[in-house]
Ligand binder design. Structure first.
Ligand code: ADP
Length: 686
């Protein structure tokens, strides 16, 4: 469970690697093991099969030697020379010297080790070294050998001769016979110290005359003890040069009983003289081959090394198992081969593992590159780099590639939405600033309105207070004029008129101040006034003054909206502007009256604008800035209150009154009144 949890926490790349390598780790060693076991069995079979056929070849050669010895013996028995030497004599040898020469010649020609002539009853007559002494004439070797004669053709057999017997037949060979036993590992325990018996290939052929009468027997043999050419020849036939791969070495051996009497197995090193003659076969082999009569085909420890071995039992003419024929070859090179193959499999296994690891790592990298790119992109986006994108992740997008494309799309959408939100936020901020500004303006307006209201009240009370003294002065002046009488009065007429004028001027100021202070009779309600109507009414009032001049009136009225203002107050403002224009053009000129809709910033109509333009001298630069301050006048009988009062009235309704010089050709001033159709709440008259 803990392993599983730990596995779950691994990065995907490692998991994938484990997925790829796990089958390899499990399957490859299994495969290797299978190959090893199977290969081992197959190799062993192959080796055994080979040694079996080797043994068959050796056996074939051995049989041929037996046949050859048999043939040679038969040829001797049939030879003219033998028959001549026998002559007519029944059995008695003619001259031993003649026989010895004859037999030796045969022995040398046929490559035999010994040869002798026997009587028809088997009695030894003469050997190749002389006539047999009478005491030694009966030989058990004869009866044994004759039984081996197969069919008509004489056939040699393997026989074991006791030392005394060999001494009778071939005393010269005795030196070769004796084999001292060498103690050998795994051999059956024995008390013997030497092998003194001779193993021979022995053949006996009958000698018959023309009439078919048996005249005797020729017996010949080859000694196998220490017969090195014979064993080397077998080895050469079975294992010719280059027959064994990997430097393995072939060996052949003849056993008398379990003792090596002729072999090419070396005892120490490679010295040819050190042949392992006298060593013995292992007990296991001995029991199977000599004891059980079965061939041995298996690996066996031969003298000092392991050999793939084949042992064949050898039986004498009577069918007794007397020895063994062995061939085999060194197993070690094949073992090395086996280990080599095993090592190669191991090396290949590791190479494949490493290769698979590298390839799957590369592969995993290419698969997870898009994922890592996505993770990186997300980090960048989180860090504020909003335009970071995964981008193209390969020519043929798989699921991950498509996921990356989806992510990019998602990021695009989020980016768009974020920008839209930002835009909205900015707009909201701007609107808040705008509205705040409006509010501030409204507050300032309100403050001004309140101030004006206070000033108005003050002005009204002062005007009232001033009105009474003026009335008293005027009354007393009239009384003074009556009291003086016409003559006297005429003398101070100029002074009295000046006082009159100044009283009139004071009355005018008070009247105007009262208008501004909006006495009760003006305190009307807010009308929806049409600019053209207001202009009509005002023109009517200045009609007499206009008539005295040559002033042309141009009217251009396009306003559709109306102005929210008290009708009388608008009329008073327009009247002021018209009178000022007439004053600016005493004789002649053009009076241009214009109305337009007043548009807000967003294009909607929010009110009306009325322009009053004249062709007079215009406004001097010094005057332009002070125009709307109270008591600023250039006229001798002016009060300087007209424009100040007019602006105050218009501003009470949130509107504006501005002045500038004309820029459309002729000289002159333009006064513009702007009024809302719906006055802002804060600017409603108190
Ligand atoms: P008043 O008319 O009693 O002088 P106003 O406040 O109406 O007081 O005008 C102030 C001054 O502005 C005037 O004395 C005059 O010099 C100047 N003015 C007003 N209207 C015009 C105009 N249309 N052209 C030139 N000057 C003008």
């Amino acid at each position: 469970m803990r392993f599983y949890e730990r596995f779950q926490r691994l990065p995907i790349r490692s998991k994938l690697l484990a997925m790829v390598l796990l089958p390899l780790v499990v399957v490859l060693p299994l495969l290797g093991l299978l190959l090893l076991v199977w290969g081992n069995v197959a190799l062993d079979r192959l080796l055994i099969t080979k040694v079996r056929s080797d043994l068959a070849v050796a056996q074939g050669y051995f049989e041929r030697v037996l046949g050859e010895v048999g043939s040679s013996t038969a040829a001797m028995a049939d030879s003219q020379a033998l028959h001549r030497a026998l002559g007519d004599s029944a059995a008695a040898p003619v001259d031993p010297g003649v026989w010895v020469a004859l037999l030796q010649a045969f022995k040398a020609r046929e490559g035999l080790d010994f040869i002798n002539l026997r009587a028809p009853d088997g009695t030894l007559l003469v050997t190749d070294f002389g006539a047999a002494p009478a005491t030694d004439r009966r030989s058990p070797a004869f009866s044994a050998a004759t039984t081996a004669t197969v069919g008509v053709r004489p056939h040699a057999s393997v026989e074991v001769l006791q030392p005394d017997e060999l001494a009778r037949l071939a005393p010269a060979l005795q030196d070769r016979v004796v084999v001292p036993l060498v103690s050998t590992r795994n051999a059956a325990p024995t008390d013997r110290t030497q092998e003194d018996r001779a193993m021979v290939v022995l053949a006996t052929a009958p000698v018959r005359d023309e009439r078919g009468t048996l005249r005797g027997h020729v017996q010949a043999g080859v000694l196998l003890n220490r017969n090195l050419p014979f064993i080397d020849h077998i080895n050469e036939i079975v294992y010719p040069e280059g027959a064994l791969p990997f430097g393995s070495r072939g060996t052949a051996t003849l056993f008398l009983d379990d003792v090596r009497i002729s072999t090419n197995v070396r005892l120490f090193g490679d010295d040819p003289k050190n042949r392992a003659i006298g060593t013995r076969v292992s007990q296991a082999v001995r029991d199977t081959v000599l004891g059980g009569g079965q061939p041995w085909l298996d690996r066996a420890f031969v003298v000092n090394d392991w050999y793939v071995s084949g042992y064949l039992p050898l039986a004498d003419g009577a069918g007794r198992r007397v020895g063994m024929l062995y061939v085999g070859y060194l197993e070690r090179p094949f073992t090395w081969l086996k280990y080599g193959v095993l090592l190669s499999i191991g090396v290949i296994f590791f190479a494949v593992m490493i290769g698979a690891t590298v390839v799957s790592l590369r592969w995993a990298r290419s698969i997870f590159k898009p994922l890592e790119q996505m993770a990186r992109t997300m980090q960048q986006v989180e860090a504020g780099k909003l335009d970071a994108r995964v981008g193209a992740v390969g020519h043929h997008p798989d699921e991950i590639g498509r996921l990356a494309a989806h992510l990019d799309h998602l990021l695009d959408v989020i980016d768009d939405k974020t920008r839209a939100l930002q835009r909205w936020g900015d707009e909201l901020d701007r609107k808040v600033v705008e509205r705040t500004h409006d509010l501030e303006q409204a507050q300032a307006q309100l403050l001004r309105s309140e101030k004006l209201a206070t000033v108005g009240q003050l002005t009204a009370s002062i005007a009232h207070e001033v009105n009474n003294p003026i009335a008293v002065i005027q009354g007393n002046l009239d009384l003074l004029r009556e009291l003086l009488g016409p003559q006297t009065a005429a003398k101070v007429d100029a002074e009295l008129r000046l006082v009159d004028e100044q009283i009139e001027r004071m009355r005018l100021i008070v009247t105007q101040l009262l208008q501004f202070a909006r006495p009760n009779e003006y305190a009307g309600y807010v009308d929806s006034v049409h600019a053209s109507r207001a202009l009509d009414d005002s023109l009517l009032l200045v009609g007499p003054q206009l008539a005295r001049t040559r002033i042309a009136v141009q009217r251009d009225e396009q306003a559709t909206a109306s102005a929210a203002i008290n009708r009388q107050e608008l009329q008073q403002v327009l009247l002021n502007l018209l009178i000022n224009a007439l004053h600016a053009m005493p004789d002649s000129g053009t009076l241009a009256l214009r109305t337009r809709d007043w548009h807000a910033a967003d294009g909607r109509v929010q009110g009306v604008q009325i322009d009053v333009a004249d062709s007079g001298p215009g406004l001097g630069p010094e005057l332009e800035s002070r125009l709307f301050q109270p008591f600023v006048t250039t006229k001798t009988d002016g009060t300087g209150l007209g424009l100040w009062i007019s602006r105050s009235l218009i501003e009470r309704y949130g509107g504006t009154l501005t002045a500038r010089n004309r820029d459309d050709g002729p000289s002159g001033a333009v006064f513009s009144v702007r009024l809302y159709s719906e006055p802002p709440a804060a600017t409603l008259p108190a």
